[in-house]
Design a protein around this ligand. Structure first.
Ligand code: C2O
Length: 347
């Protein structure tokens, strides 16, 4: 499944959307995208660490990166405005399927969920590093799956920070504990009960219910088919639930985080997805460590050869395939700094 810039068009938005109402990327200076190539293997390995563990100085870098992106003109593909729009374009039917222009390209609720967001963060992180002038800058992750990370990191709740987003649920500012099962109703669990509940949710979604690639990743979505064939375990929860928990439940579509078209407008989106990306690695690791033989990625060429479009840190339009993003070490980053306490939280 592929898509092209030429066929990008107006998004199909839900009722009462917040502006902007258009999210296709700016046109490219060269007419066709270049094919992705892996970074130089001698590049330093970026180490993504948890927001709660990196320290204030490191978070100040992420804050500066967001401020720099926000300061770029909206026409610049590396601007925060365009970064947020990438997400909108890939989930509102803006992009058409190459060869089937009547059908939408949509990366959620299908086997593209993990690889698309990995590629998205890869470019986001490198653009941040480039703007900061710090080649080994790594995107921190919001590890809501471990007790120390189960609150919105306070850096994001400070209203004078570029990491703040006023369009959120005011009840969920820190120190409120996240509910990984949130469906719009406040739980009345004590903090201790909520932590245990979250760990059990993690076990179910990562192990109990995720024994096969299609269960974890989501259902196959091939060219010529209708979008959203079916989500994987983690996409539904905790991924969607944390989105809904963060967004403003008083708004029609739970903006910003709680709906596709606007989710990328919250600077918390990227550390949230950095954790989702880490869970893909964790699912494979747990499988290898415990002999769960279904914890392996698809080998279907329809998955491996599918592609997405992004602008890179040099503002070049790049076509990247699923196959390109399967090995984080080749992409020159890894995760460190938290364990997987939920492995032992069998309900
Ligand atoms: Cu593309 Cu967190 O959704």
């Amino acid at each position: 499944l592929h898509t092209s810039l030429h066929t990008c068009r107006k998004p199909k938005l839900p009722p009462n959307p917040l502006p902007p109402f258009y999210c296709c990327p700016p046109a490219s200076s060269s007419s066709e995208p270049i094919n992705f190539t892996l970074p130089d293997p001698v590049e330093p390995l970026r180490v993504r660490r948890p927001v709660h563990g990196v320290g204030a100085e490191y978070m100040a870098k992420y804050e500066r990166a967001i401020a720099l992106m926000k300061a770029l003109p909206h026409t610049d593909p590396r601007s925060f405005y365009q970064m947020a729009n990438i997400h909108c374009a890939y989930c509102t039917g803006s992009y058409r399927q190459t060869g089937n222009p009547e059908l939408d390209m949509q990366i959620h609720f299908s086997w593209f969920f993990f690889p698309f967001h990995r590629a998205y963060l890869y470019f986001f992180e490198r653009i941040a590093a480039k703007l900061l002038g710090e080649p080994d800058f790594a995107l921190p992750f919001w590890s809501w799956d471990v007790p120390e990370g189960m609150r919105m990191p306070p850096e994001f709740a400070n209203s004078s920070s570029p990491l703040y987003d006023p369009v959120r649920n005011p009840r969920h500012a820190p120190p409120r504990l996240v509910d990984l099962d949130f469906v719009g109703v406040e739980s009345n669990r004590t903090d201790e009960q909520q932590i245990q509940h979250n760990l059990r949710t993690m076990y179910k979604q990562m192990i109990g219910n995720a024994a096969l690639p299609s269960l974890f990743h989501g259902q196959p979505f091939r060219a010529g088919q209708f979008d959203k064939p079916g989500p994987g375990t983690v996409e539904l929860s905790p991924h969607n639930t944390v989105h809904t928990w963060t967004g403003d439940i008083a708004l029609t579509n739970v903006e910003n985080m709680g709906t596709y078209y606007s989710a990328g407008r919250d600077p918390l989106f990227y550390p949230h997805h950095s954790n989702i990306d880490r869970l893909w690695e964790a699912w494979r690791q747990v499988g290898a460590a415990h002999g769960y033989r279904g914890h392996v990625d698809f080998v279907d060429p329809d998955w491996l050869d599918s592609s997405f479009l992004f602008y890179d840190e040099e503002s070049r339009l790049v076509r990247i395939t699923v196959r390109d993003v399967l090995d984080t070490e080749k992409l020159r980053y890894k995760f460190d700094g938290v364990g997987m306490p939920w492995v032992d939280a069998r309900p």
